[in-house]
Design a protein around this ligand. Structure first.
Ligand code: ZN
Length: 850
């Protein structure tokens, strides 16, 4: 730090007030990068359907599709067949000559686009010898080979008008176009029917957001059924028909409607489903109905089917069938699960506009985790999400344990985590990761009821609009579960490794083109919104705006522009710079505190100023010559008569001439100017550079000589004239001894080593590896005694254990696999990885450098 006498120009600018205290240090060279230019060039022009404030416009419209479905689950053949009657309401101002429907099961056809466009993650990852992040896995190769043989996809027949006349249609991959016999005018509706069947995928083998699981031990299956009937594609003002092919990542864009569904299953099955059960008298015992009634007002989950009852049911297979009848109002999709293995518990929750029965269905393999955590997690989700959005409007909320790791549907979700069972002893244990993974995934999937099941964004286009917003509210919800919940998405410090990474695309990228799916569409938007809430807007402004967005677009279809505009409109804050930086670029936050200069105001009083100069001189180090000459006898000591005036005075002696000059100068100043010279403040010029590209507020922790500490917050607009470098003037009452930017790590700064003055060393650990290599002693191996079968099996099991956790990462991280990874792998790494500079991960198998 240099200490300089102040220059007059600074006094002048002080006199003008501190408004101009941030000085644009350098005029930008070449093109000026205006980080605050408005988003008009990127956002669509407002229309009567969507206003410039982000609300639905006065002519907002959306289509509607009502379904009547009758279906039969064939357990023995692992297939399902059904017939549906669709009534499509054309609320648009347009005349339609054809309709598009989604046939998402068609990704299981051997020649589907989804299969053909799959790529290996990378040559390096594929060929890596082993480990969770790379290497060929049994599961991955099995999925590819089985998928080539599996006869999946919809078999369609009898596509007909309401009167039964055949309709012309064309199948294009995962899309079905039905040509209408006469144009469908605005305000009109049309009904038609389709028969269909398909073979159900074994989820653990082929992956997917639905499927069945086979339990070797008791020879039973558990079915999680979704994307199981031809569904209307969305038609809306921004995209027209949303008929982008389903490749596996971009999910489902659907219309709201009412459903009347009858599902025929083996008589000993329990069915969990979207909607309300219409015929409990036909499918439930009177004991089950009594327990259900009790559950509505119970203070903890009530078992409707106990574990003992479920285990008894596993022992036989009924040849008879039962038909379960469900109705659901105003939902955008319909899913169900069915098995004789289900244990079933329920508990009611009622508050304000919400009156819901929370229910969990799980096989015995889910206990003891599921009976304790599933239903309480559902109720916790609804209690918390209601605070930040709107009251849960549906009568049912379900969590099912089955093969799918985590997937959401209206009123029902599929969640994977289970305890592990020791094969020999049968002992059930679970890791901390499994416990919190289960609670988090249930909160996440039940939370999807709000985004996108009710705030019905276009999932096939934008993954972040549902996953990002949902992960953000999930982050808030887990805070309310327990302190230090190990969630890995939301806290700015957890996103820095991703923000430093090379293979990124902006959040505003189509669902199918995302790189690093979970980080891009889940973690980054969730973190950005958390920063917006805690650092940019504050909780009060943010929560109001976010709630406003949720309520405006409840049961409607918002676009990104509607979200951006509503957040600005309702908070009264121009956030274009924030959306531009966080959603439209891959820039990171790296603000560096570079340089500090301290100033005191020059009083012009020679008594003060010359003493100050003398003190500075005295602070200079003693020269090496003077140090060694210490104690040397000098001539003037031996002959004091040689001393005169200049031996008594130096250049810091105040002369009368100095005093006269000061008096004259004072005479020319106004009284307020004289006061200013005496006020004794400390002024600091601090240089900041923006190395990461994202503009963010400066959050300055100032430490004074007395030990007093305080925070000054400078809005991001400080960068508006000069986005790469700014100089900020700080004023303190006493000398500043330390200054730190972003002391609470709230901006996701990717390099905190340049955030402090004085600089702090970054503590780290260096891991050393042995140089030795095992010699390949073939002669010894040849003569090694041969192991017995059991010994060999034990050895194999131990070897396999290490890979068990990596099973989820076995398939290439795209399509449904990417979604399943993203949904279920959202906890913090168990190792504390808090220090900002990323330490290269130790590779236990890596060869030491030789
Ligand atoms: Zn999700």
């Amino acid at each position: 730090m240099k200490r300089l006498p102040i220059v007059t120009s600074i006094i002048a600018s002080l006199a003008l007030g501190l408004a101009a205290s941030a000085i644009a240090a350098e005029p930008p060279a070449g093109k000026f990068d205006d980080k605050f230019r408005q988003l008009d060039e990127l956002l669509p022009t407002a229309t009567p359907y969507r206003t410039a404030s982000g609300a639905p416009g006065h002519q907002y419209w959306q289509q509607r599709a009502d379904y009547t479905i009758r279906a039969t689950l064939d357990e023995a053949n692992r297939s399902i067949s059904g017939t549906e009657q669709v009534t499509y309401h054309n609320n648009s101002p347009d005349t339609l000559t054809y309709l598009w429907l989604q046939l998402d099961q068609n990704i299981y056809q051997p020649g589907s686009d989804a299969r053909r466009v799959q790529t290996a993650p990378s040559r390096e990852a594929w060929m890596k010898p082993q480990g969770e992040e790379g290497g060929a896995k049994f599961e991955g190769v099995r999925a590819v080979l089985t998928g080539r043989e599996f006869d999946g996809g919809f078999k369609l027949s009898n596509i007909r008008t309401a009167g039964g006349a055949p309709l012309k249609y064309v199948v294009n991959g995962t899309m079905l176009r039905i040509d209408l016999p006469s144009p469908l005018k605005p305000g009109d509706k049309v009904s038609f029917g389709i028969d269909w069947s398909y073979k159900i995928n074994e989820q653990k083998v082929l992956g997917g957001r639905s499927g069945y699981e086979y339990f070797e031990e008791d020879k039973n299956a558990l079915f999680e059924i979704a994307q199981w009937f031809p569904r209307m594609a969305a038609y809306y003002d921004v995209a027209g028909w949303q008929h982008k092919q389903f490749l596996g990542s971009g999910e489902f864009t659907l219309e709201f409607g009412d459903y009347d569904v009858k599902i025929t299953v083996p008589a000993d099955h329990i069915v969990a489903s979207t909607g309300e059960l219409q015929n409990p008298g036909d499918v439930l015992t009177s004991a089950q109905r009594d327990r259900l009634a009790k559950a509505r007002t119970a203070s903890k989950p009530v078992l409707i089917v106990t574990q003992a009852e479920a285990e008894a049911a596993e022992k036989s297979v009924s040849k008879a069938t039962k038909t379960w009848h469900f109705k659901a109002k105003n939902v955008r999709d319909f899913a169900f699960a069915s098995s004789r293995k289900f244990i079933w518990d329920a508990q009611g929750y009622k508050k304000d506009g919400t009156s819901v029965l929370a229910m969990s269905y799980y096989p015995k393999e889910g206990n003891p985790l599921w009976e304790r955590y599933s239903t309480p997690s559902i109720i916790h989700t609804i209690e918390q999400y209601n605070k930040y959005s709107f009251d849960y409007p549906y009568p049912i909320a379900i969590s099912v344990n089955g093969p799918v790791g985590g997937m959401e549907y209206p009123m029902i979700s599929f969640n994977g985590p289970r305890p592990t069972k020791d094969k020999k002893t049968g002992e059930l244990t679970y890791s901390q990761r499994t416990k919190y993974g289960l609670i988090a995934v249930i909160i996440h999937e039940v939370g999807h009821n709000y985004f996108p099941m009710i705030v019905n964004s276009d999932e096939r286009q934008w993954t972040w609009m549902d996953e990002g917003l949902n992960s953000f509210v999930e982050y808030l919800a887990v805070q309310a579960w327990e302190k230090d919940f190990p969630i890995g998405r939301g806290d700015p410090r957890d996103i820095t490794a991703y923000m430093r990474s090379a293979n990124q695309v902006p959040i505003m990228t189509n669902s199918e083109s995302l790189l690093q799916f979970g980080n891009n569409a889940y973690a980054k938007p969730a973190t950005a919104l958390n920063i917006l809430r805690e650092t940019i807007l504050g909780r009060e402004l943010f929560d109001h705006a976010f709630r406003e967005y949720s309520r405006r677009w409840k049961f409607k279809r918002p676009t990104p522009a509607d979200f951006f505009r509503t957040m600005e409109d309702a908070s009264g804050t121009d956030l274009d710079w924030f959306w531009r930086g966080w959603f439209y670029t891959t820039d990171a936050v790296d603000i560096s505190l570079d340089n500090i200069t301290e100033f005191n105001i020059n009083t012009r009083d020679p008594e003060i100023e010359k003493a100050w100069q003398r003190a500075r001189k005295a602070e200079e180090p003693v020269s090496i010559t003077d140090q060694r000459n210490e104690g040397m006898e000098r001539r003037i000591d031996r002959h004091p008569e040689l001393k005169d005036f200049y031996n008594e005075h130096d250049q810091f002696t105040v002369t009368n001439a100095d005093r006269n000059k000061y008096r004259e100068a004072l005479g020319e100043l106004e009284p307020w100017q004289k006061d200013l010279l005496k006020q004794g403040k400390y002024l600091y010029l601090v240089d900041f550079t923006n190395k990461g590209g994202l503009v963010m507020p400066l959050i300055l922790e100032i430490t004074l000589k007395s030990g007093k500490k305080y925070i000054e917050r400078v809005p991001a607009e400080v960068w508006r004239y000069s986005p790469k470098k700014v100089t900020k003037l700080l004023v303190t009452d006493e000398p500043m001894t330390a200054l730190a930017h972003d002391p609470y790590w709230e901006t996701a700064d990717i390099d905190t080593s340049n955030n402090a003055w004085p600089r702090k060393a970054t503590p780290s650990r260096l891991e050393l590896f042995k140089m030795e290599r095992k010699p390949n002693d073939m002669m010894k191996d040849f003569n090694a005694p041969l192991k017995g079968d059991e010994e060999a099996a034990n050895g194999q099991k131990n070897g396999a254990k290490a890979d068990a956790k990596g099973a989820d990462a076995a398939t290439p991280a795209n399509g449904a696999a990417a979604k399943q990874q993203a949904e279920t792998q959202q906890l913090k790494d168990p190792a504390p990885a808090q220090a900002a500079p990323a330490r290269p991960k130790a590779e236990p198998n890596a060869e030491p450098a030789r």
